[in-house]
Design a protein around this ligand. Structure first.
Ligand SMILES: NC(=O)c1ccc[n+]([C@@H]2O[C@H](COP(=O)([O-])OP(=O)(O)OC[C@H]3O[C@@H](n4cnc5c(N)ncnc54)[C@H](O)[C@@H]3O)[C@@H](O)[C@H]2O)c1
Ligand SMILES: O=C(O)CC[C@@H](O)C(=O)O
Length: 469
């Protein structure tokens, strides 16, 4: 990018970046109306200076997987160009599209691997409009200077509520009774149908979702035990157990709420099914790789496990539609669907109006703040830094956003370049191989901007650079 490109961009941002402007949020419930105040609560003051972002073209945002309309509205309000798609894209199309966008918004189906990201020439930031970020190569993204944001808890309650519904549905075999009646069969039975009161729920992973579930489950009279790799304060009368086996030995219902990591891959497999109580139930609304499904099928056929609810799968279809959940996707599909008391949902744990609308607002604000101001607060792969927005009277102040390799001597080089000017504020932090410096430089004229840009751009250890003014 040369300086002329930079100047040509300014008109593209004539709509400014005031995040406080009306958000066009859809309101559907009391919870929602609280969440709808989020943009106002996070808004920039009217007295703040509107910074003009630079890039090689207008800011282009690619939104996949039916990201909520609240995000589209927020991005459009920034003046960005939004390319919206309901589903995920096949890899070749994704590679074509990602080549010239500055930001991409995805959910769980789009895999932003090194192979995809290496084609992203202008990508500044990635928004995961969900909790999980395992679908993104976070390390490679950081190496390329791309900040990744997510929504750490906006759909936690929705998942916990789904699991509560599934606990009762499994205990009462509701899925099977419903399928039977749909096909004309009246089957009024009580055999092996239970109340949940007094039973034990074992929660694996006591984070945002696991702890919400704990509170809801106790309200229904379940005893709660949980296993986590860190010691976590229990809510209510729940008790942390020290081993996974102890939890599996004691729980009537086991619910998984751990992230996808190398340690959690096939965390529940044949030995763990063997350790579970006879007739126990399993619920997985975390990630599909955590349960070894062929072992689950064996445990169910042996009547060791009385029922299972799955919301996530090792491989999931990229789009909605008939004929997508079949053996060619996961070889065991037809065997699994033929078993009794198996509740299967299409990764809808976080799919409620409330959650999706909140996530849309939260992640689009984080991306806009990063694009417009450089604030990386909330980034999951990147040093989190922020400087307060510039005031209107700071007319000749330039904000330098400099991402560089985390090696000795870089700051000395950068500060040598900046030393002819007044560095009003500077904030720098590092995470792993990457470091990020934000600096506000005052008394800078147009020619100085060009000079600062070119000098910084020529530094050896630069990963990427943006100047805002
Ligand atoms: N089905 C859905 O639609 C849906 C929606 C949201 C989240 N999720 C999934 O649920 C997972 C959990 O979400 P969360 O917000 O509660 O995450 P979280 O980070 O708040 O909590 C995860 C907990 O798991 C623990 N943990 C990590 N590794 C562990 C291990 N090996 N053994 C035991 N405990 C371990 C952590 O210490 C933490 O307490 C997410 O990572 C995501 O994959 C699914
Ligand atoms: O909305 C999605 O696709 C993902 C939901 C969930 O798995 C998450 O990680 O938040």
């Amino acid at each position: 990018m040369n300086f002329e490109d930079i100047n040509n961009l300014q008109n593209a941002f004539q709509y400014g970046v005031n995040l406080g402007a009306s958000p066009n949020v859809v309101s559907t419930s009391p919870t929602q109306s609280f969440m709808n105040t989020l943009p106002r609560r996070l808004s920039l003051s009217k007295q703040q200076k509107v910074l003009k972002p630079f890039s090689t073209g207008d800011i282009k945002i690619l939104l996949l997987e039916n990201v909520n309309e609240t995000a589209i509205a927020n991005f459009k309000e920034q003046g960005y160009q939004v390319d919206f798609h309901k589903g995920a894209l096949p890899e070749d199309e994704l590679i074509e599209k990602i080549k010239d966008v500055h930001a991409i918004g995805i959910r769980s189906k789009t895999h932003l691997t090194e192979n995809v990201l290496k084609h992203a020439k202008n990508l500044v930031t990635i928004g995961c409009f969900c909790i999980g970020t395992n679908q993104v190569d976070l390390k490679y993204a950081a190496k390329k200077g791309i900040a990744v944001f997510n929504s750490p808890f906006s759909n936690s309650r929705s998942v916990a509520e789904l699991v509560i519904g599934e606990i009762i549905s499994l205990a009462r075999q509701i899925g099977d009774r419903s399928i039977e009646l749909h096909t004309g069969t009246w089957n009024k039975v009580s055999n092996r149908c239970w109340e949940v009161r007094g039973k034990t729920l074992g929660i694996i992973g006591y984070g945002h979702i696991g702890s919400q579930l704990s509170v809801l489950a106790e309200a229904m009279g379940l005893h709660v035990i949980y296993y986590d790799i860190v010691t976590i304060m229990s809510l209510g009368t729940a008790k942390q157990v020290s081993t996974l086996d102890e939890l599996l030995n004691k729980a009537d219902f086991v619910s998984l709420h751990v992230p996808e990591t190398p340690e959690t891959k096939n965390m529940i497999s044949a030995p763990q099914f063997a350790a579970m109580k006879d007739g126990a139930y399993l619920i997985n609304a975390s990630r599909g790789t955590i349960v070894d499904i062929p072992s689950l099928i064996m445990a169910m056929k042996a009547k060791k496990i009385a029922g299972v609810a799955l919301d996530v799968y090792p491989t999931e279809p990229g789009k909605n539609g008939a004929g997508t959940f079949v053996d060619s996707l996961n070889s065991w599909t037809s065997e699994l669907v033929s078993l009794p008391n198996v509740i299967l949902t299409p990764h809808i744990g976080g799919s409620t109006e409330e959650a999706q609308s909140s996530i849309g607002i939260e992640v689009s604000l984080a991306l806009s703040k990063y694009i417009n101001e450089g604030s990386s607060v909330g980034a999951v792969n990147f040093p989190e830094i922020n400087l307060k927005p510039l005031d209107l009277d700071q007319e000749n102040t330039v904000r330098v956003l400099y991402i560089h390799k985390n090696i000795p001597g870089v700051l000395k080089t950068v500060n040598n370049i900046l030393s002819d000017h007044n560095i009003e504020k500077q904030y720098s932090d590092s995470q792993g191989e990457i470091a990020y410096l934000m600096a506000d430089i005052s008394a800078v004229n147009q020619a100085d901007i060009k000079d600062i840009y070119e000098q910084l751009n020529n530094t050896e250890d630069k990963v990427s650079i943006r100047l805002l003014y």
